[in-house]
Ligand binder design. Structure first.
Ligand code: PEP
Ligand code: MN
Length: 360
């Protein structure tokens, strides 16, 4: 074959490629229209029966030379890509999506601006056990110039026979300490039934890992006028985590902080596996501030400082860790809570790290 003929044929292929591309694009636009109609009707976009019918019709009208199996393969690919484009659009349309709102959401907890570039900190005991216990930690937090105190009044424990928390009594202790120190209270609420009553005692509604997909609780928190700290589920994907936040924001509350707290993997060296890459992914995908809980992710006191440094280095907006005046006798998570002296050292080291790297 002469070079001229080859060039001519290649030219034809190029032209056909362009035509095919135009047609696929046109088809995609029509599918998007269908998607909109389906969305209005509230029906699922993916319809395998319709897909089968289309493939059968194509095979029937196929005059070759492409074998039927390949025709099916090609069109399956075209169908898939249209669906993927729609899924991307749906993800970008989420209220928590950065595509929807490019600027960072700053969460305001009584004047503490979370997500404004300076890391924030939430420290406190795992569980509220007594006024004296909470106060001891609160005073240490306050002496560092920090503003937020955590402590569980309702504890979702793995065993029903373990300490379940002081409940309302615990909330009252937190409130009293808050009144006396000026610290803001971050505490977990485990059921919508407790929420309304709890709101007068607390400043941030924490939704725990075990409740990340408690959709009724998420919706209720979405209707509250207090910020929410949402923890990632024990085995939740980032997509599920983002959708959980969407439940909250969809009810009107956009004051949401996400908290990576480790996920369940086969690794037993740590309590959970800290998914550090979740931080930049969540920062890219959403406009919400992201915390890292170094206590529940590692379950190891010797790893609190290095993981906190990693969290800050990778762009986290805040760090959470547990502190107890006497961890040995703590009613929950005894092994992993820092005592006050360890807390002092931890925070001092972290400050040094932030200063060295000019993270203020
Ligand atoms: C907690 O922070 O008190 C807690 C129970 O953590 P998680 O929900 O992440 O297990
Ligand atoms: Mn704990």
């Amino acid at each position: 074959m002469r070079q001229n003929d080859l060039d001519e044929l290649r030219g034809q292929v190029d032209e056909l490629n362009t035509k095919i591309l135009d047609l696929i694009n046109e088809r995609t636009s029509v599918v998007q229209e269908i998607g909109k109609v389906k969305e209005k009707q509230g029906v699922n976009r993916y319809d395998p029966i319709r897909e089968r019918e289309m493939l059968n019709a194509l095979v029937q009208s196929n005059e070759g030379p492409i074998p039927n199996g390949i025709v099916e393969q090609i069109f399956k690919g075209i169908f898939m890509s249209a669906l993927e484009i729609q899924e991307d659009e749906q993800r970008n349309a989420l209220l928590v999506s950065r595509k929807r709102k490019p600027e960072d959401t700053i969460v305001d907890v009584n004047g503490e601006k979370i997500g404004n570039g300076t890391p924030s900190f939430v420290f406190g005991p795992c569980a509220v056990e007594s006024y004296e216990q909470v106060l001891a930690v609160a005073e240490s937090i306050k002496s560092k110039g920090l503003t937020m105190l955590r402590g569980g009044a309702y504890k979702p424990r793995t065993s029903p026979y373990d300490f379940q928390g002081l409940g309302l009594e615990g909330l009252k202790i937190l409130k009293r300490v808050s009144n006396e120190t000026g610290l803001s209270i971050v505490t977990e609420i485990i059921t919508p039934a407790h929420l309304e009553e709890a709101l007068e005692y607390i400043d941030v509604i924490q939704i725990g890992a075990r409740n990340m997909q408690n959709f009724e609780l998420l919706k209720e928190a979405g209707m509250a006028n207090k910020p929410v700290l949402l923890k990632r589920g024990l085995a939740a994907t980032i997509d599920e985590f983002i959708n959980a936040a969407e439940y909250i924001i969809s009810k009107g509350n956009s004051q949401i902080m996400l908290c990576e707290r480790g996920i369940r993997t086969y690794e037993r060296a740590t309590r959970n596996t800290l998914d550090i890459s979740a931080v930049p992914i969540l920062k890219q995908e959403t406009h919400l501030p992201v915390f890292v809980d170094v206590t529940h992710s590692t379950g190891r006191k010797d790893l609190l400082l290095p993981t906190a440094k990693a969290a800050i280095a990778v762009g986290a907006d805040g760090v959470m860790a547990e502190v107890h005046p006497d961890p040995a006798v703590a009613l929950s998570d005894a092994a992993q809570q820092m005592d006050i002296k360890q807390f002092d050292e931890f925070y001092e080291e972290l400050q040094r790290f932030m200063n060295t790297h000019q993270i203020v």
